[in-house]
Design a protein around this ligand. Structure first.
Ligand code: GTQ
Length: 370
């Protein structure tokens, strides 16, 4: 070992490393420990954004920015402090693979139709009356609804209702950027016009887990929105039985025509943690962004306690130990890059074996307030 260190620090090696740099060449012997470590060493850090901050900043944004002025959507994204300045133009995404944002649309506003290769999904946090138009279907949104807009589909939003609406966006922007797959274009008109009846797809799936026979053929997004009452009913049925030791009562939004995740690159779950539930700790190669839809509790990530309540967002980076505790009945919406990891055959999971599966809490996270 010492001999090895001596070799790396020797003048001959250091001079050579410097010398080849001039020719845009690099010595593998220097790089390999940082590139091929024993296990994932995430750059994203665990982090929590409070609802009060997100709400306050969205409201401030509404005074200086409209979808007509400047950009096209009033969205504020969550920048992981561990990724800041590491990405192009100083931007940072929420995890190394996914981007999450909160978007506010006011009555009378239109966010123009466009399409891009990035896949998107939305989870409705507050309000009602706005619609998203996807594949010619006006999908009216209500609290707790989940909407999927896989890459390549035209989508725009408009708000004929009467109260502000806020939802969570999640897209695979950093992944598509990293693999050089970015394409995007505006719709020729401001917003696409309806081609099918309003809420068409949700009506076709009103019964839940039965599909119209036409949907035996795999389609990109045969069901555009998953309504909260159906998701809740699924969780109520599930919660008559034993919870999963790590995730409580969790359901995944799926594409009914092929059984895969509703969004091809992003897994989305809704989970119920009943009051008093304390999960076991585990870790996995996928990273997760949680949105606290209802309730309160805390999550211990790598020994640090993150207290959360309604409206907060929490990031659990890849390969981080985590366990959840619910103080009152809690409903957590979450997104993860599991489908991306699965495509590379890299999904792995490990249980925390010590101390009956519970971490020792060494500190508490202090969130920033507005
Ligand atoms: O609403 O279409 O947060 O295209 C980022 C990109 C939202 C959207 C985002 C988008 C959208």
């Amino acid at each position: 070992m010492a001999e090895k260190m001596e070799f790396f620090q020797s003048q001959t090696v250091q001079d050579f490393n410097k010398e080849i740099e001039k020719y845009h060449l690099g010595p593998l012997w220097n790089a390999i420990p940082d590139l091929m470590h024993k296990q994932p060493t995430p750059q994203a850090v665990p982090y929590l954004w409070k609802w009060e901050t997100l709400y306050a900043k969205l409201m401030e944004a509404s005074e200086i920015f409209t979808p007509d002025r400047g950009g096209e959507r009033r969205a504020i994204y969550l920048q992981n402090p561990g990724l800041t300045y590491r990405q192009p133009w100083g931007w940072a995404s929420t995890t190394h693979t996914l981007y999450a944002a909160v978007q506010l649309i006011l009555p009378g506003e239109t966010a123009p139709s466009h399409r891009h290769t990035q896949s998107a999904l939305r989870f409705i946090m507050r309000g009602e009356g706005a619609y998203s138009i996807v594949q010619g279907e006006r999908i009216f949104m209500e609290e707790g609804d989940f909407l999927t807009t896989p890459g390549g589909l035209w989508h725009g939003h408009a708000h004929p209702g009467s109260q502000p609406m806020i939802w969570m966006d999640c897209l695979d922007i950093p992944t598509i950027y990293a693999i050089g797959g970015t394409f995007s274009e505006s719709y020729p008109e401001k917003i696409e016009q309806p081609k099918v009846p309003d809420n068409y797809s949700a009506q076709r799936y009103e019964g839940g887990m039965v599909r119209p026979i036409a949907d035996r053929k795999s389609q990109v997004a045969p069901l555009g929105s998953f309504k909260w009452p159906q998701t809740l009913a699924a969780l109520e049925g599930l919660s008559r039985f034993e919870p999963d030791p790590y995730d409580g009562y969790a359901v995944e939004f799926i594409n009914p025509s092929n059984g895969r995740t509703a969004n091809p690159n992003i897994a989305s779950w809704m989970q119920k943690l009943p009051a008093g539930f304390h999960s076991k700790a585990h870790r996995h190669t996928s990273s997760t962004i949680y949105q606290v839809f209802k309730g309160s509790g805390y999550t211990v990530i790598n020994g640090i306690r993150y207290d959360w309540s309604q409206g907060d967002f929490l990031v659990v980076p890849n390969w981080a130990w985590h366990e959840h505790v619910a103080s009152e009945d809690a409903y957590l919406f979450s997104v993860s890059d599991l489908p991306i990891m699965e495509k590379f055959d890299l999904q792995r999971e490990e249980a925390y074996e010590e101390n009956q599966g519970h971490q020792t809490i060494t500190d508490e996270f202090k969130p920033l307030q507005p």
